[in-house]
Design a binder for this molecule. Structure first.
Ligand SMILES: Nc1nc2c(ncn2[C@@H]2O[C@H](COP(=O)(O)OP(=O)(O)OP(=O)(O)O)[C@@H](O)[C@H]2O)c(=O)[nH]1
Length: 624
């Protein structure tokens, strides 16, 4: 069948012919591949221009095979059977599946009336399937349940259709079956989107109101803002007002994405597209804000989103101190495109000048670090991540601690509060014991347990966030042979018995190694760091004690024995020029040393001590 595609290019489509939907799924269940097939089937991407994961535009997204920024695209569609003459416009909003990017998902959902809930037919429902489903139900979206990868020999569509039907409350026969890889069933799925997803509602004659659901920084065009029009219309060359700040901007361009940006005459009720105003910073085009016309604009903004709060903090330092200005510029640039990234300068005795950065989660941290190293050629050290603590003093003052060095030293601490999370783990039931044991050891509290099917179970726990951000995923994966999936969300805070452990070299604290840990884990941490440093720091001409301390109480101690490194020892005979050369060389080596008190420590020792700590590598793909 040949596709006619008049409506993809022309805007102001009547809302009854528009369907706005997104695809939500657990990581790797095939969202991007399904989006690819849809682009192809609707004819917006020609066969030869097709590349895998067309909508994942960032290099990192391609390499890691994950979606980070949500993308949207306008697709023309004509029903395969019946109703032949009508052209529909589908707006597909691709969403990321990873927990760190939940806020991206909830923005995308806000712009849709329906969601395809995509589940891998060989794996079944996973933790993020549920998390995303609940987000979508929360926003009253119509859900179309779909099993993907039915081409796989390991697929068990009947079993998982029953599982899905059970969760959503529909019949197993309502669950569609597709293969995003071969394209089987995708045409029928697009037909179902037209039939099942309600058309957008809005008042075409009311003052313009459009919701900003994403904004990205483009080097050439400045900030590109993605909007969904709710009421009225937005046309180029009018003046617009951002309702949260009252800032006004000239509209330079309004357009649609299909799948590359195309300027348009304007956008009407229910339509999704972009606008460009020439602003240079995404913070001026805030996600969740309402755009209206400057003159005769709306007075009531649309319900926005909660601003994402950084949950995990870590210090980032250039390995080469002279790269500090480069790091600062690089962070400024990333920030243009990532409103969730926060940073402020900090200095460390051990690591020099750097930044304390706030992230949404570990994957966000890792990806940011990756981008800094890759796109800006930086070599970085990151300190062990920590969460935000509220420390209440007996004198009534309160300290918000995002860095162990902010831990109050004078005065008595009355109570310390730490963030907690509600964790959902889905795994085959044979692993229940192993999972419970792990959660128990991480100060977890069982909230509930349900069987999804005969042999698969959902466990709900409350766990301190600090315990999750270290090696929780890795331990969970190894204890369940990779079969468990995990999702977590903020669940307030709790009082906990926390202490700050300092690591001292010859009596001097080394800030980069301080950590806030639970009292019961303090000895283990202190011992681990002291032993590690003893191995990493070369012997000095005097004895160097390495101590771990809580306040003034020493809890662990190791000693580096004294030695006089006599570089001339090998130089018997009287060759003075050779001796001089060796002494020169020794001096050179010393330049790369940092001194802590009187102790000289090679920069590499700091790097090694911090990098062997579990800072959560490989978490991105860890959620399966
Ligand atoms: N056999 C088979 N493989 C599929 C199918 N759909 C997707 N895949 C494969 O599954 C893997 C994950 O697919 P993606 O489309 O990247 O998954 P995603 O859900 O977009 O992942 P994120 O963007 O990271 O959330 C890829 O290797 C795909 O080739 C399918 O229908 N059949």
């Amino acid at each position: 069948m040949t596709q006619t595609r008049p409506s993809a290019d022309t805007t102001f489509t009547p809302p009854e012919f528009i369907r706005n939907f997104c695809i939500i799924a657990h990581i790797d269940h095939g969202k991007s591949t399904l989006a690819d097939r849809m682009l192809q089937l609707t004819g917006v991407v020609e066969e030869r221009a097709m590349r895998a994961q067309y909508l994942d535009r960032m290099d990192i997204e391609r390499e890691r095979g994950i979606t980070i920024k949500a993308q949207n695209v306008r697709l023309p569609w004509r029903l395969t059977d019946g109703d032949e003459g009508t052209d529909y416009v589908l707006h597909l909003i691709d969403t990321p599946g990873h927990v760190d990017f939940t806020y991206e998902v909830s923005r995308a959902l806000e712009a849709c009336e329906g969601a395809i809930l995509l589940v891998d037919a060989a794996q079944g429902i996973e933790a993020q399937t549920l998390a995303n489903l609940y987000l979508a139900l929360d926003k009253d979206l119509h859900i179309i349940p779909v099993l993907n990868k039915i081409d796989l020999p390991a697929a068990e569509p009947d079993k998982y259709a029953a599982e899905l039907a059970n969760i959503i409350g529909c019949e197993p026969s309502d669950v569609l079956r597709v293969s995003a890889k071969t394209g089987q069933g995708v045409r029928e799925l697009l037909d179902e989107v037209v039939r099942q997803v309600p058309p957008p509602e809005g008042d075409a004659d009311a003052p313009a109101r459009a919701l900003i659901f994403d904004s990205v920084y483009d080097t050439y065009r400045g900030v590109v803002t993605y909007i969904r029009v709710v009421d009225g219309k937005i046309t180029p060359r009018e003046k617009i007002r951002m309702m949260s700040t009252n800032a006004t901007h000239e509209l330079l361009e309004v357009g649609i994405i299909s799948p590359e940006p195309k300027p348009a005459k304007g956008l009407g009720v229910g339509e999704v597209g972009y606008l460009i105003t020439g602003v240079k910073d995404v913070r001026q085009s805030k996600v969740g804000d309402t755009v209206t016309a400057e003159r005769n604009g709306a007075t009531q903004p649309l319900a926005g989103y909660r601003e994402p709060q950084p949950m995990v903090f870590s210090g980032l330092y250039p390995v080469d101190g002279s790269d500090y200005p480069v790091l600062r510029d690089a962070l400024d640039k990333l920030r243009l495109n990532d409103a969730a990234l926060s940073y402020e300068p900090e200095t460390s005795v051990a690591l020099g000048f750097g930044f304390r950065c706030g992230f949404l989660g570990l994957l966000h941290l890792e990806i940011t670090r990756d981008r800094l190293e890759r796109e800006f050629g930086l070599d970085l050290i990151s300190t062990a991540p920590n969460v935000v603590y509220d420390v209440y003093m007996e004198d009534g003052t309160e300290h918000v601690v995002t860095n162990p060095s902010d831990w109050p030293t004078g005065g008595k601490i009355a109570e310390v509060h730490e963030p907690v999370s509600k964790v959902t783990i889905i795994a085959p039931s044979e692993f229940i014991g192993a999972i419970m044991e792990l959660c128990q050891s991480k100060r977890g509290q069982l909230l509930g347990m349900d069987y999804l099917s005969e042999d698969r179970v959902e466990l709900r726990y409350q766990l301190p966030l600090a315990e999750i951000i270290f090696d929780f995923f890795d331990s969970l994966k190894s204890r369940t042979r990779g079969y468990a999936s995990l999702d977590y969300e903020e669940a307030g805070e709790q009082a906990a018995d926390l202490v700050k452990v300092d690591i001292l070299l010859q009596g001097e604290p080394v800030d980069a190694f301080s950590a806030i840990v639970h009292k019961d884990a303090a000895y283990a941490y202190g011992n681990k760091m002291a032993t590690r440093l003893r191995e990493l720091i070369p012997r000095q001409q005097f004895e160097v004690p390495i101590q771990a301390a809580i306040g003034s109480r020493i809890i662990a101690r190791e000693t580096i024995r004294a030695i006089r490194k006599d570089v001339l020892a090998k130089c018997y005979g009287g060759d003075i020029s050779r001796k001089r050369k060796l002494l020169e060389k020794q001096k050179e080596g010393k330049k790369r040393m940092k001194t802590v008190g009187r102790v000289e420590v090679p920069q590499e020792a700091f790097v090694a001590a911090l990098s062997t700590q579990d800072t959560g590598s490989d978490k991105g793909k860890g959620k399966k």
